[in-house]
Design a protein. Structure first.
Ligand SMILES: [Cu+2]
Length: 487
C-alpha cells in the first residue's frame, strides 16, 4: 500500500468544546487554588541498589501481526515488548543490548528521571552502536502509565516500544483487572519502511518560517476529522497490542467486574479515537497523573499520550476500537465476559461518534496539582510548517538550527505554544510534567495543540540538564520539529 498524504482542509468548528463544557459543568472548580508547595520531590541522581533489574535486547524479529508476518525491529522479539514494572520511588536498572543493524537509544517517555538516563543521543548520551550495550539506571519518582522507545531516527515506527508501569503503593485499587493496551500504526515489513517514508519527506526539501500557514496542499481523501489535520500517512494496518483487527487479542473477565485500562498511543503518525462498545469509560489519569474523574463514551488519544480509564463490564463480547482519526482503518481488541459472537474486524461502536473527550479538557485531581506560582519566565513558542513541501519546525526553524530555551534551576517557566499550522501537534517535554493553567493545573507531558490554537504550559525547573522538547509525530520531530530546554 503506498504512502498517502493527507489533504489540507478547512477546520470544522467545535474542537471538542462540548467535552470541556461538560467537564466544567461536572466539576465547577476551574481555577481553584492549589497547595502552596510543589507536591513532588525533585528527581535525584543519588540512589541505592535497583529494585528492578533486567536486560532488554533490541533486535530484528519476525512478528505475527495476526496471519501476516512482518520482519521488523522489536524488543525481545515481542510486539509490544515485555512490560516493565516497578513501584514509585524505586530504582530501575535496564541493560540494553543492541542487536540492530544500526545505532539506537532508549527513552523512558514521561518519567521525571535524571538527565543522563533520558536516552536522547546528541543531548544526553552517545548513541548505542550496533552490537554494543548500554545500561540505564534511574529512580522513577511518580506512579503512572509510561512507555519506552528509541529516540533515534524513526525507529519508534518499527516495533520498538513497550509499556513502563510505575505502581503507586498508596493506590486504593477498586478494580478486578488491569489491562495495558498499546495502540500503533503499522507499515514496517508489510509496506514501506519508516526510513523510506522519511526519505520521501526529506526529498521534498521543504522549509519553515514563522507566521500563520494556511496551506491547503495534499492529495488524497484523508483528513476528515473535526480536529483538523492529524496525520500525514495512510498505514496498511493499525494495531492494538500487536494485532490487526481481523485477529484481535481477547481480554477476559466476568460481568460486573471493574477493569482499569491503561491505554498508550505508541503510533508515529496516528491520533486515535477510542471507545469500548456498549460501555462508558471513567477517565482517572492522563500521562500518569490523576485527574478529576470524568465519564465519557469516547476519547481522543494523540501520539505519546496515555490515559487510564475504569470500566464496569457488561455481559457478552465487546470490541474496544481505536479508530485512526482522519484516516481509514482501526485497531481492535475484544473484551469477553460471556457468550456472544465475535464482532467483525470493521465493527464501529456507536460510542465512537459521541463527542470524544480531548485530554486537554480534563482537570487535575487535587493531589496532582503543582503549586500555583507566577512564572519567572515566559517563552513564546511557535509550531510551524506544512505538509507540502514537507517541513515542520519550531520558532520558524528546525532542530540543529534552533536556539535552545534556557532557564535557571528553581524557575517557573511558562511556555506559550502557538500552532501556526493547519495540523495538530502532540508536543512532548522530557524530564518534566507540565501544569496547564487553563485546566486548573492539569499535569501532562504530552499536549495536543490543535491548528491555530495557543496552549499555555508551565513547568517547574527542578531537574537540570538538556531536555528534548518536540512534536511526538515522529516524522515531524525527525524533520525538525524539536528543540530543547537547558539549565
Ligand atoms: Cu507535529
Amino acid at each position: 500500500m503506498p504512502t498517502a498524504y493527507s489533504r489540507r482542509r478547512l477546520l470544522a468548528t467545535g474542537f471538542g468544546l462540548g467535552g470541556a463544557a461538560l467537564l466544567s459543568a461536572c466539576t465547577g472548580n476551574a481555577g481553584r487554588p492549589g497547595p502552596t508547595t510543589p507536591v513532588l520531590p525533585a528527581p535525584t541522581t543519588s540512589f541505592g541498589a535497583p529494585a528492578m533489574a533486567t536486560t532488554l535486547q533490541a533486535g530484528v524479529s519476525q512478528i505475527d501481526l495476526g496471519g501476516i508476518t512482518a520482519t521488523t525491529w522489536a524488543y525481545g522479539g515481542a510486539l509490544p515488548g515485555k512490560e516493565l514494572r516497578a513501584k514509585a520511588g524505586e530504582v530501575l536498572r535496564i541493560h540494553v543490548e543492541n542487536a540492530l543493524p544500526t545505532e539506537t537509544s532508549v527513552h523512558w517517555h514521561g518519567v521525571r528521571l535524571h538527565n543522563a538516563a533520558d536516552g536522547v543521543p546528541g543531548l544526553t548520551q552517545e548513541p548505542i552502536a550496533a552490537a554494543a550495550s548500554y545500561t540505564y539506571e534511574f529512580l522513577a519518582p511518580d506512579p503512572g502509565t509510561y512507555f519506552f522507545h528509541p529516540h533515534s531516527g524513526v525507529q519508534i515506527d518499527r516495533g520498538l516500544y513497550a509499556p513502563l508501569i510505575i505502581d503507586d503503593p498508596a493506590e486504593p485499587g477498586g478494580y478486578d483487572h488491569e489491562w495495558v493496551l498499546m495502540l500503533d500504526d503499522w507499515t514496517d515489513g508489510v509496506g514501506k519502511s519508516p526510513d523510506d517514508i522519511l526519505a520521501e519527506f526529506k526529498a521534498q526539501n521543504g522549509t519553515v518560517g514563522t507566521g500563520m500557514n494556511h496551506d491547503m496542499g495534499g492529495m488524497d481523501g484523508m483528513g476528515n476529522s473535526p480536529l483538523g489535520d492529524v496525520g500525514d500517512i495512510a498505514y496498511p494496518h493499525y494495531l492494538i497490542n500487536g494485532r490487526i483487527p481481523r485477529a484481535p487479542r481477547t481480554l477476559t473477565a466476568k460481568p460486573g467486574q471493574r477493569a482499569r485500562v491503561r491505554i498508550i498511543n505508541a503510533a508515529a503518525d496516528t491520533l486515535f479515537r477510542v471507545a469500548l462498545g456498549g460501555h462508558v469509560m471513567t477517565v482517572t489519569h492522563t500521562d500518569g497523573f490523576a485527574v478529576q474523574p470524568v465519564e465519557t463514551r469516547a476519547l481522543y488519544l494523540a501520539q505519546g499520550e496515555r490515559v487510564d480509564v475504569v470500566v464496569t463490564l457488561g455481559d457478552g463480547v465487546f470490541a474496544l476500537v481505536a479508530a485512526a482519526e482522519g484516516k481509514s482503518g482501526q485497531g481492535v481488541i475484544l473484551v469477553r465476559t460471556g457468550s456472544g459472537a465475535v464482532p467483525p474486524a470493521t465493527v464501529r461502536p456507536a460510542e465512537l461518534d459521541t463527542d470524544p473527550l480531548l485530554m486537554t479538557a480534563l482537570m487535575p485531581a487535587d493531589a496532582a496539582r503543582l503549586s500555583q506560582r507566577e512564572p519567572d519566565q515566559i517563552e513564546q513558542v511557535t509550531l510551524n510548517g506544512q505538509m507540502q513541501p514537507y517541513a515542520w519546525g519550531m520558532n520558524g526553524t528546525v532542530f540543529g538550527s534552533d536556539n535552545p530555551l534556557r532557564t535557571t534551576s528553581g524557575s517557573r517557566v511558562r511556555l506559550q505554544m502557538t500552532n501556526e499550522s493547519m495540523m495538530a501537534h502532540p508536543m512532548h517535554i522530557h524530564g518534566h510534567t507540565w501544569s496547564l493553567p487553563a485546566n486548573g493545573g492539569l499535569r501532562k507531558d504530552t499536549v495536543l495543540v490543535l491548528p491555530m490554537q495557543t496552549i499555555t504550559a508551565d513547568l517547574h525547573a527542578d531537574n537540570p540538564g538538556k531536555w528534548a522538547y518536540h512534536c511526538h509525530n515522529i516524522y515531524h520531530a525527525e524533520i525538525g520539529m524539536m528543540t530543547s530546554l537547558q539549565y
